[in-house]
Design a protein around this ligand. Structure first.
Ligand code: AGP
Length: 609
């Protein structure tokens, strides 16, 4: 996913843009560029490769003077990574420069129209079409020219635009790709997200779809797509800047794994008062909660895996049908949703396009939307009827860890809150789960204190080229996340399989030395899990088991290796069990020399279809 930064103020823009782009590197990219307006006009510098290549090219920004500019890190969609396809893209006269995150779906038709009017093109990008279109409609007012173009382009876009004929203002545009404005005393920013600018300002405006903004050194004005002025709420971002720094850790991912106990405390503790789950300003009244007859959980990736655990937990707590759907499937499957369906949308970034599209489809069908989101003010949060934030703090590593854990905890809190109102839990059971939820952070700390054995197993298994994660019930759901963690950061192929299903075909793949991570934390099915361990061992598998301490002795007699977690309420086992799996993947990726925080081909938030 691309990164955008724009600055207008009383300091040299280029170094500020480079610093902002560096803070957006976690989003994934393959080229970078800046356009800065100064005494010698509009200067553009851009290069394929890491940000360091661009920074060296312009001597850390000293080679380009000017106090207004835009910067970009590109994750290629249209046109291979190259210097010419890097952003900013420039119009034929050179006076309009544009940076873009998203996809212009009708760029080919627009390009054909412009070529037919003699406009020369230099790149393969959809973004160049935007720059050329703006110049085509430009008649001395950049804001009006941009407004005309927006009525003609289709797709998802966050745009930063400069015009050398009007060098005192930046134009920002937002539709389906996030864009925020950072407000300062004598400077203003536009950026893809807060991490790029929090060093300079904590006062931000979250642009809505279809809005434009005009930024000068002294102010910011926002407009709707009819160019009518709109008033916008200013949010004050309160998390610490070091939250977006590594803080002495080698990787953001390890830092965020270690932050999980604290993230859980921030997420859970304020929501439990005198033994009761409370949600401040919760937008669902008790009558609505009692008439819900179905819950749909919709998400992507690890957030979907939270939903898979959530299905087990919520069905147990509420005795309600809970369906879980991949967001990318949900929107095309004619889902059965009506006014009595609660649609739980889970997303760390709050910007995943597939998930946003599923939310809109669910809303169209009459469903009530409750989102579980980590980024305050994000698009999914803003379009939901009810939002429960996970308070994990900024998650920089592409591979999610603390957001996954806090999402799980919020789903459990939601289940308890609803169970209370639907009277589907005994007081005793309710109290037990609450008690264990409050103990969860300290039990997580116990797991995080004993990473040596996990490091040892990583050293034994980092050269495997195929791994199975098997488990039953919520252990199967947990295995889905363990498998994804391993795949996305170590590039080892793996798959999660329901243990009971192995014998129906896939067990033919088990041979001497096949690594099987056997998840056996779910007490009620431990004996079944043990029989599956025996089943795969008898075919030569090398079994690394994950189980609770009370089953360690029995499992230790059979498995080749074993990792144990403290016992806890069965609903919370995945919240503990996921941590050794995160660490195992981390150490394996470390031993394979992978780019752990920025895995190849991946982005932190996928804002394209
Ligand atoms: C998880 O490690 C991945 N980075 C990815 O699967 C992610 O969970 C997915 O893209 C959904 O992102 P979201 O939670 O921000 O919507």
């Amino acid at each position: 996913m691309c990164g955008i930064v724009g600055y207008v103020g009383n300091q040299e823009a280029a170094p500020i843009l480079l610093d902002g782009l560096a803070r957006l590197e976690y989003r994934g990219y393959d080229s970078a560029g800046v356009a800065v307006f100064g005494n010698s006009g509009l200067k553009v510098a851009k290069a394929k490769g890491r940000l360091r290549v661009l920074s060296d090219q312009i001597q850390e920004g000293r080679a380009i003077q000017g106090q207004l500019g835009i910067g970009h890190t590109r994750w290629a969609t249209h046109g291979a990574p190259s210097d010419v396809n890097s952003h900013p893209q420039v119009s034929q006269s050179g006076k309009i420069a544009v940076v873009h995150n998203g996809i212009i779906e009708n760029y080919a038709q627009l390009k054909e129209f412009l070529v037919g009017h003699g406009v020369p093109f230099t790149s393969e990008t959809d973004t160049e079409v935007v720059a050329q279109m703006i110049e085509y409609f430009y008649d001395g007012d950049i804001l009006k020219a941009v407004g005309r173009v927006l009525h003609r382009i289709e797709g998802a876009y966050a745009l930063g635009i400069v015009c050398s004929d009007e060098p005192d203002r930046l134009i920002a545009v937002r539709k389906d790709s996030p864009l925020i404005l950072g407000l300062g005393e004598d400077f203003n920013f536009l950026a893809s997200d807060v991490t790029a600018i929090i060093k300079h300002t904590r006062d931000v405006i979250y642009m809505e779809d279809g809005e434009l903004a005009e930024l000068t050194q002294t102010g910011v004005r926002c407009y709707n797509n009819l160019l009518e002025s709109v008033e916008k709420e200013v949010f004050h971002v309160d998390w610490e800047i070091d939250a977006a720094e590594k803080g002495g850790y080698e990787h953001f991912m390890f830092k965020e794994i270690m932050e999980q106990p604290e993230a859980l405390r921030r997420t859970v503790f304020p929501r439990i008062k005198d033994g009761e789950v409370i949600f401040e300003d919760f937008g669902l009244d008790d009558d609505y909660i009692r008439q819900i007859n179905k819950i749909y959980i919709v998400a992507c990736g690890s957030s979907y895996h939270v939903g898979m655990v959530g299905k087990y937990n919520l069905e147990q707590l509420l005795r309600l049908p809970v369906e879980v759907a991949l967001a990318s499937e949900f929107r095309y499957m004619e889902p059965i949703v009506d006014e009595r369906t609660l649609v739980v949308v889970i997303s760390q970034s709050g910007e995943t396009l597939d998930t946003m599209a599923a939310l809109r489809e669910a809303k169209r069908l009459g469903g009530k939307i409750l989102s579980i989101v980590n980024v305050v003010g994000s698009s999914i949060a803003r379009e939901s009827d009810v939002v429960l934030y996970t308070w994990a703090g900024p998650e920089i590593a592409v591979a999610t860890t603390k957001a996954y854990s806090t999402q799980l905890a919020v789903v459990d809190l939601l289940g308890l809150y609803f169970a209370r109102r639907r009277e589907t839990m005994t007081e005793e059971r309710y109290g037990q789960v609450i008690q264990e939820l409050l103990l969860l952070p300290s039990k997580l700390e116990q797991v995080l204190e004993s990473t040596q054995d996990i490091q040892y197993y990583a050293s034994q298994y980092f050269n495997h080229d195929s791994v199975f994660f098997i488990g039953r019930n919520m252990d199967y759901a947990l295995g889905l996340e363990g498998s994804l963690k391993l795949k996305e950061i170590s590039y080892i192929h793996s798959e999660a399989y329901a243990s009971g299903e192995l014998k129906h075909g896939t067990i033919s793949l088990i041979e001497d030395g096949t690594l099987v991570v056997a998840l056996a934390t779910y007490d009620k099915l431990f004996d079944k899990a043990m029989s599956n361990v025996v089943e795969v061992k008898s075919r030569g598998a090398d079994v690394l088991a994950l189980t609770t301490k009370n089953h360690a002795e029995e499992m230790g007699k059979t498995a080749n290796g074993m990792i144990t977690i403290p016992t806890t309420d069965e609903l919370l086992l995945p919240s503990l069990g996921v941590v050794p799996l995160q660490l195992l993947s981390y150490y394996i990726a470390l031993m394979r020399g992978c780019d752990i925080d920025k895995p190849r081909n991946l982005a932190k938030s996928v804002t394209v279809e």
